[in-house]
Design a protein around this ligand. Sequence first.
Ligand SMILES: [Zn+2]
Length: 191
Amino acid sequence: MTYHHKVLTLWNEGSLNEEETRILRAPCTDLPIPLNSEARDQIQTLVDAFLERDDALGLAAPQIGINRKIVIFRNKGFDDERKGWSKKEKDYDLLINPRLTQTRGELVKGAEGCLSCPDIQVEVSRFPEVKVRACDRHGKRISKRYMDFLARVAQHELDHLEGRLIVDSEGTIYFPKDKKIFFERIFAKIP
Ligand SMILES: [Zn+2]
């Protein structure tokens, strides 16, 4: 499968990607509101990068090398991966300059994957309910409440905007057995 937009990763088959790691680790800046044409282009680029893939629940701008606060994620259809998903605008959420404004409940552990951390899953603790303030694709203010798995996805994507990744979690890391030596080496020197 080839994609038009490359997703940056902390490592590739053989070693750490230092330049891509630097970009993924850099905190993002706000988009100007009202949105200017550069901002609109950056939003569209992320939408295109997201919609061309069936293997992403969500994508954050820094993952495609855009150092701006934009995230996009599916808001339904998590159960049946093989069918793909409809990719209609109502089936995903696009958040500009999102901020977590409220969290509720006790942290819940769950295994997460990330396109920027290929081949692994990490147990990450997330709030089961969050409120997010943001702007929509037109720059209009919106407020969203996410529950359960969707709350987990939202927190994962917002973390990307601060340069935080699943490998920063204290939780158990799961990787394929045949890559044990590689990942032990990688995790010994991950920044
Ligand atoms: Zn991710």
